[in-house]
Write a protein of this length. Structure first.
Length: 198
């Protein structure tokens, strides 16, 4: 009986040792798994920290550039105020008058003197005025105009009573006048009656 008790004690002791060993192995695997998880978290944290540092550097650079731009703006504003302070009222008025005179001279130079469109057979005072108002004030412009366009202008600006006028030969006559071929224009006009071909 003492032998059985000893046997049971040894078996229990063996089971305890085996249980302790198995528990130790399982605990070791769990510790390794947790250590790997911690290492992965630390790696992610390092990447995030690097991104944060990069973003922070960019933000600092942007703020520095902004401060530089603001400083330059203040400097320019100061220079502008200094310049404005140096100009007297009379200098400003003189500059304005000079600018207006230059503008007027430029307009005078660019203004085209209209031709006497009444030299074209079929065009009288009123039609010449209508064409001038429509921007066709020279022989050259008239020579480049389409007769249909001229008809449309006459009807729009003068009304239905101008539908009796036929501008078919006006561009041809105007071309001769623009080229100062007066003899040829006279020959052509001899073949016309009221601007129309006979």
């Amino acid at each position: 009986m003492v032998g059985h008790i000893l046997e049971i004690i040894l078996m229990l002791l063996g089971a305890a040792i085996l249980g302790f060993f198995i528990g130790w192995l399982l605990k070791k695997d769990k510790i390794i798994e947790l250590q790997e998880y911690i290492t992965a978290l630390e790696s992610k944290n390092n990447i995030l920290q690097a991104d944060y540092n990069k973003t922070e550097r960019l933000l600092i650079e942007c703020q520095t550039e902004k401060r530089k731009a603001e400083a330059e703006k203040k400097e320019i504003e100061k220079l502008l105020i200094d310049c404005e302070g140096k100009l007297t009222l009379s200098e400003i008025e003189t500059a304005r008058i000079k600018t207006e005179n230059k503008s007027a001279k430029t307009k005078a130079k660019t203004k085209i003197k209209p031709d006497n469109l009444k030299k074209i057979e079929g065009i009288g005072n009123k039609i010449a005025s209508i064409l001038n108002d429509a921007g066709i004030g020279t022989f050259k412009l008239l020579s480049n105009s389409n007769p249909e366009k001229i008809r449309k202008i006459l009807l729009e600006k003068g009304g239905k009573r101008y539908s009796i006028h036929d501008p078919e030969t006006w561009p041809e006559q105007a071309k001769l006048a623009a080229e100062e071929k007066w003899d040829e224009l006279n020959v052509l006009q001899d073949k016309l009656k009221g601007g129309r071909k006979k």
